[in-house]
Design a protein around this ligand. Structure first.
Ligand code: MLT
Length: 200
């Protein structure tokens, strides 16, 4: 997968996996990584799917309606890419913290839904429930921060509540942070994610 890897200064810190929103690239979220932890490795990946020229991490049939077959395939592809990247760049495969926005948050959540050891934790900006009706792995040691907008037309508030409760039920420790805004990634929610991260 097309990506950027930046080696951090402190090998004990998690590797920050950056996953952009629809139409983004691997450079979009680099400032977020700097804000969350300037000492961490950064692995920023570009989605392999194109929708009218816009990169995404998996196909969708319509707004908010995911192509499940492709979601499952792309989640596996990304998980395998993480296995390979950990060997190539010599970082701890068991200490990856994803930071995703929108479509990138959805594939990060999908990694957690499908693979117990894919991520140590995640900061999910405006995610949806990636897939319903499956048993999640035991996520008891996992930490998740969800930032959601009360007026988000793409991710209705119930999606955020449902995602929190599914992750809670799987044993994860989840903080749900609300902004009185829409789908945009706000400065305030990045600040809140930074505070959450510092208390891990
Ligand atoms: C998705 O397709 O993953 C979500 O609807 C969010 C987005 O527009 O990327």
């Amino acid at each position: 997968m097309k990506h950027i890897f930046q080696k951090g200064t402190n090998p004990l810190k998690p590797t920050l996996l950056l996953l952009h929103g629809t139409g983004g690239t691997e450079t979009d979220l680099l400032p977020l990584a700097e804000k969350i932890d300037a000492e961490s490795n950064v692995l920023s990946v570009r989605g392999n799917v194109l929708e009218n020229g816009m990169p995404r991490f998996f196909r969708r049939l319509a707004e908010g309606i995911f192509d499940m077959e492709d979601l499952i395939f792309r989640t596996k592809e990304l998980n395998e890419f993480l296995d390979e990247a950990a060997v190539k760049y010599e970082f701890d495969r068991n200490n990856i913290l994803a930071i995703g926005y929108s479509n990138g948050a959805n594939i990060a959540a999908s990694l957690m839904f499908h693979y117990q050891e894919a991520l140590a934790g995640a900061i999910l900006h405006h995610p949806m429930v990636p897939r319903r009706g499956i048993d999640l792995p035991d996520l008891s040691s996992k930490r998740v921060f969800i930032a959601a907008g009360t007026n988000d037309p793409i991710c209705p508030a119930q999606e955020s509540e449902d995602l929190k409760s599914l992750l809670d039920q799987a044993g994860a420790s989840v903080e749900l942070h609300w902004e009185n805004r829409g789908h945009q990634l706000t400065f305030e929610e990045v600040e809140a994610a930074g505070k959450w991260y510092k208390n891990l």
